[in-house]
Design a protein around this ligand. Structure first.
Ligand code: MN
Length: 229
């Protein structure tokens, strides 16, 4: 057995609903602009673009419960509620018809975004990493195994801040359905068990403030409630 010159970093994990065993997180992929109304509110034409992807560090994943820190270096932290797909197996060049067999389970999470830094990055042609991949930028609910639920096309995805509805859509509103997202991504990288995919957000993204109480969910899948510290 090999030893390390420093303590080996812990594997980030997510809880699984109704089980003691946890889901180990390998990588975090996110889809940009996967709901037409959100793409339009961000100033692009959703009909003309194939899906594009960005990433967050695996240890950006934290439980979507309790308190989540307000990050440094921003004055415009935005919420994006998203269905999270957790892969139980991987592969490359996966056909859409074979893609759903890779899915281990589902959760609901937040793609937290420093919108001010993202706007600067867009304007200067620089990377999005510090706008998207900061500490605790990917809160996620416990996962539910895919074998125990059926994802309905009309399932509602929603987010409330301090009791007021901010975001609402239906899973069927996705421009690229889950199978197509997995297929496209698998042509860019070899997917592996433990990978998470944040599948995009419906319209209504807006700023969060310290002390905000945030609730979100996908009906029939999961819910979460957290406070911005
Ligand atoms: Mn997003």
């Amino acid at each position: 057995m090999s030893s390390y010159v420093i303590s080996a970093p812990a594997t980030p994990t997510l809880a699984v609903a109704g089980q003691d065993s946890r889901f180990p997180v390998r990588r975090v992929f996110c889809v940009g602009r996967n709901y037409g109304a959100h793409a339009r509110e961000m100033g692009s034409d959703p009909e003309r673009e194939p899906p594009f992807f960005f990433t967050k560090p695996a240890d950006a994943v934290v439980p979507a419960s309790g308190t989540v820190p307000y990050p440094p270096a921003t004055d415009d932290l935005h919420h994006e509620v998203e269905l999270v797909v957790a892969l139980g197996s991987g592969g490359a060049d996966i056909a859409p018809a074979d893609a759903m067999a890779l899915v281990w389970g589902y959760g609901v999470g937040l793609d937290l975004t420093r919108r001010d830094l993202q706007a600067q990055a867009k304007n200067t042609g620089r990377p999005w990493d510090m706008a998207k991949g900061f500490d605790a930028s990917a809160p996620c609910s416990p996962l539910t195994p895919a074998t125990t639920l059926g994802l309905a096309q009309d399932a509602r995805i929603w987010l409330e801040v301090n009791g007021a509805l901010r975001q609402e859509g239906k899973l069927g509103d996705m421009i690229w359905p889950i199978a197509d997202v997995i297929s496209h991504l698998s042509r860019l990288v070899r997917l592996e068990a433990g990978d998470l995919i944040y599948t995009g957000t419906p319209a209504g993204v807006a700023a969060l403030s310290r002390g905000d109480r945030v609730r979100g969910g996908v009906d029939g899948v999961a819910q979460f409630a957290l406070t911005i510290a």
